[in-house]
Design a protein around this ligand. Structure first.
Ligand SMILES: Cc1cc2nc3c(=O)[nH]c(=O)nc-3n(C[C@H](O)[C@H](O)[C@H](O)COP(=O)(O)OP(=O)(O)OC[C@H]3O[C@@H](n4cnc5c(N)ncnc54)[C@H](O)[C@@H]3O)c2cc1C
Length: 123
């Protein structure tokens, strides 16, 4: 709202609002996924592969949303003055410490096929 370009706040442009709407849509879906999984955990109907699916989706979305928020800030988005790059860097570490996508995908691949692909014999 405070950044004025071409005489108007950038928030007033349709392309920027499209980004904001997409971010809210994905945040809402990610929250619903986490809430649904929480309910399943409460009544003990969850299984481990669902955790992998949810973590991968929500970390991906958080990163993509942080990148888009950085984009909306323009060059200011890369400065220390705004926290968005710091948030993006934090999310890169979340993507590792919540389990890497490689390992989550191996867990889901085993669930789908019944074949574990975590290890292989070297000749
Ligand atoms: C900030 C931070 C906080 C952390 N906090 C905790 C914590 O509180 N508790 C905890 O237990 N751990 C914690 N960790 C550790 C984290 O869980 C591990 O770093 C993570 O699981 C990845 O393991 P690694 O670093 O040993 O990577 P590696 O196992 O060395 O993997 C390196 C790369 O190879 C890929 N890879 C590994 N094996 C395979 C395979 N079989 N097939 C295909 N690709 C493979 C990985 O996906 C990754 O991309 C933390 C890490 C960070 C960065």
């Amino acid at each position: 709202m405070s950044r004025i370009q071409f005489d108007h706040p950038i928030a007033s442009y349709q392309l920027v609002q499209n980004k904001l709407a997409w971010m809210l849509r994905e945040i809402t879906k990610a929250q619903l996924l986490a809430y649904h999984l929480g309910l399943k955990k409460d009544d003990s109907t969850w299984f481990a592969e669902q955790i992998s699916l949810a973590k991968m989706n929500n970390v991906d979305m958080a990163l993509e949303i942080a990148r888009m928020a950085r984009d909306i800030h323009g060059a200011n988005g890369i400065l220390d003055e705004y926290c968005i790059m710091r948030h993006m860097a934090n999310l890169e570490s979340v993507k590792t410490y919540e389990g890497t996508h490689d390992i989550h995908n191996l867990i889901i691949g085993k669930y789908i096929t019944g074949i574990q692909a975590f290890t292989r014999k070297l000749d």
